[in-house]
Write a protein that binds this ligand. Structure first.
Ligand code: NDP
Ligand code: F7E
Length: 324
């Protein structure tokens, strides 16, 4: 899906390092990595607000913020985010908060003169039984995975909102669809986090406490594709500078592992010596979601950080920043 009118590139993103950029959600996994990336490239004028300073679900506050700050670029990495249990347990929060945040930010960014906005979705937007690897064209071709359909519907609405504003207003809003992410500043909550930080914490605590077993959810058979968040941040900045199309863009590593393989790898990196016990009363979620990231590769971007390397770095960060 593309059109000549809507596919102009935006070289101006890299040409002015003092352009004002609002990174929404800058203290999260993704937002903090994007801030690190932008700062390493020499961008000097980042506008950052904590959740406490600016609740993005409050439309009036968001409008006042945009009216006062008038950022030139917006990267929307603020969202209600969680793993399979959180998505399944708090469906109202996942659909409602995400619809509110993205609607407020996208609409205000357009109305207050932002040049370009990047919206972040997720690989869960695709049908549960999408063809593998999943191309961008698989969107809205089948039923969603029930454990995260509420979040997925919000994310699909975000993609469509960017497309609608581009079509009606010729406004440069793009969408990136990351695969499962991990890295520094991840959420290590025991129940509400994603699998990788959850297991890192559980194996670490088991090692420290001398436990013989660690419980892992589901059957271990689902396949997941993991991308280090520093690679994702690199891709986001790349897209800000080089992509202005109508269609969303998949951002993956191209490499998948079973949850069992992931658990063994995390166990090895953490140095836990005991056994894994599988709790099959917990949901597996979607059986497989490897994205086809050839569109992004065709634009000239590929990931650099291997899963093993990324896990070692993330565990080091966990030891220095999170563990009690
Ligand atoms: N993590 C992953 O594996 C994946 C993430 N993504 C996408 O990347 C984006 C970022 O996710 P991630 O960094 O992991 O999430 P995090 O939970 O780590 O960070 C989200 C950030 O958004 C902020 N936030 C949430 N609600 C509000 C609000 N109402 N007003 C202002 N700020 C708010 C949070 O602040 P606070 O903590 O104070 O509430 C936090 O800083 C999301 O769009 C997500 O869908 C996509 C694919 C995979
Ligand atoms: C990024 C993505 O993240 C979510 O989808 P998910 O890929 O299913 O994410 P997950 O990381 O929570 O689980 C992956 C797999 O791992 C298994 N698993 C084992 N043990 C634990 C465990 O301890 N915690 C968790 N969370 N999962 C575990 C778990 O049973 C599942 O089979 C959605 O929020 C979705 O909206 C989304 O976008």
């Amino acid at each position: 899906m593309s059109s000549a009118i809507n596919d102009a590139t935006s070289p101006s993103f890299f040409s002015n390092k003092s352009a004002k950029i609002f990174v929404a959600g800058h203290r999260g996994l993704v937002g903090s990595a994007i801030v690190r990336k932008l700062q390493s490239l020499g961008f000097t004028n980042l506008v950052l607000r904590t959740h406490a300073d600016l609740d993005l679900t409050r439309q009036n506050d968001v409008e006042s913020f945009f009216a006062a700050e008038k950022p030139q670029f917006v990267i929307l990495a603020a969202a209600k985010v969680g793993g399979i249990h959180a998505n399944n347990t708090y469906p109202a929060d996942f659909i409602s908060l995400n619809l509110q945040i993205q609607t407020n930010v996208i609409d205000a960014a357009h109305r207050f003169g932002v040049t370009k906005l990047l919206f972040l979705g997720s690989s869960c937007i695709y049908p549960k039984f999408a063809p593998q690897p999943i191309p961008e064209s698989a969107l809205l071709t089948g039923p969603l995975e029930p454990t995260n359909e509420w979040y997925a519907i919000a994310k699909i609405a975000g993609i469509k909102m960017c497309q609608a504003y581009r079509i009606q207003h010729n406004w440069d809003a793009i969408s990136g669809m990351p695969t499962n992410l991990y890295g520094p500043h991840d959420n290590f909550h025991p129940e509400n986090s994603h699998v990788l930080p959850a297991l890192m914490r559980r194996f670490h605590e088991a090692k420290v406490n001398g436990a013989k077993e660690v419980v892992v959810w589901g059957t271990g058979s689902p396949l997941r594709e993991f991308l280090h968040v520093d690679d994702l941040a690199d891709a986001v900045v790349f897209l800000m500078g080089s992509y202005s199309g109508l269609e969303h863009v998949n951002v993956g590593s191209g490499k998948e592992v079973t949850i069992k393989e992931l658990a063994e790898l995390v166990k090895e990196v953490v140095g836990f010596q005991g056994q894994l016990v599988w709790d099959s009363s917990k949901p597996d979620g979607t059986p497989r979601k490897l994205m086809d990231s050839s569109k992004l590769a065709g634009l000239g971007w590929t990931p650099k950080i291997s899963l093993k390397e990324g896990l070692v770095g993330t565990y080091k960060w966990y030891l220095e920043n999170v563990k009690q």
